[in-house]
Write a protein that binds this ligand. Structure first.
Ligand code: CP
Ligand code: NVA
Length: 302
């Protein structure tokens, strides 16, 4: 594994290795055991979109690993003024030991990896959010003990989160059911991947059907970053695609609820369901730190 560009690139063994290391690093942090695996290394963090969790967890994580994180806002970089990604990649590869990038197009992340010579980590694109899904898988395993026989249900937009969850959950052996409106389905590339899993994958436009006997229910905002102008149109399209008590009644009684955050209460999830599953949701947010530290160690340690 040279980069973390998308879940589609990872084997099941690679995912499990990252999760195991993440568990170990979490244990070590909680018990005051230092783990300076990246002593003296630097991580550049390029942000073309806003972030709370990704920025703070990468920055803190790099510090805890003995390394140095550099926050690089695209507003201040020449890339924000049109310098080609091919040149940016070759320059930054001479200064840094790794790059985390949050941007719009998946191609930009893939190009950084192609033209640079250091590990690239995708901190979210319009296509996918692999760091978040590694943290989600870590949280599911932490609460449920294993992935065996579990069903994950995603309600809402066939967006970056849905894409990565479909791939990640299927790869670790879970069943996946997604409910989305017809015009907001995941891209063909993801549906083709999922089709290989036969009846372990289901897509419907009925949230009630998708939630039936689910062990984990997950949703995300209806309008992602960059789609703010479509917010009103999307509110109409997604009416009914909400995790609420009625939907929870379809799932197993001990079902978990996850949300990558930020959440829009009373849109994709009710306040009541959100707060009664806050325990899992904020553990999920914490696990970003541990999962990403594991990714950085796998990619950047000597
Ligand atoms: N879930 C997530 O990636 O959060 P941020 O946008 O705050 O980084
Ligand atoms: N789908 C959301 C995820 C935010 C972490 C977005 O892209 O804005």
């Amino acid at each position: 594994m040279k980069h973390l560009l998308k879940m589609l690139d990872l084997s099941t063994d690679e995912i499990i290795d990252i999760l195991n290391l993440a568990d170990q690093l979490k244990y070590e942090l909680k018990h005051g055991i230092p783990h300076p695996h990246l002593k003296g290394k630097t991580l550049g963090m390029i942000f073309q979109k806003a972030s709370t969790r990704t920025r703070v967890s990468f920055e803190t994580g790099m510090y805890q690993l003995g390394g140095y994180p550099l926050f690089l806002s695209s507003n201040d970089l020449q890339i924000g003024r049109g310098e080609p990604v091919q040149d940016t990649a070759r320059v930054l590869s001479r200064y840094l030991d790794g790059i985390m990038i949050r941007t719009f197009e998946q191609k930009e992340v893939e190009d950084l990896a192609q033209y640079g010579s250091i590990p690239i980590i995708n901190g979210l694109t319009d296509f996918c959010h692999p760091c978040q899904v590694l943290a989600d898988l870590m949280t599911i395993r932490e609460f449920k003990g294993s992935f065996d026989g579990l069903k994950m249900c995603f309600i809402g937009d066939g967006n970056n989160m849905a894409n990565s969850l479909i791939v990640g959950c299927l790869k670790v052996g879970m069943s996946v059911s997604i409910a989305c409106p017809d015009d907001y389905q995941p891209p063909v590339e993801i549906l083709e991947f999922a089709a290989k899993y036969g009846d372990k994958f289901e897509m419907t436009n009925s949230p009630v059907v998708a939630a039936k006997d689910a062990d984990v229910l997950i949703t995300d905002v209806w309008a992602s970053m960059g789609q703010e102008g479509e917010a009103e149109k999307r509110k109409k399209a997604f009416a009914g695609y909400q995790i609420n008590d009625e939907l929870m009644a379809q799932a197993h009684a001990d079902a978990m609820v996850l949300h990558c955050l930020p959440a829009h209460r009373e849109e994709e999830i009710t306040e009541k369901v959100f707060e009664s599953h806050a325990n899992e949701i904020f553990e999920e947010a914490e696990n970003r730190l541990h999962a990403q530290k594991a990714v950085m160690v796998k990619l950047m340690a000597d």
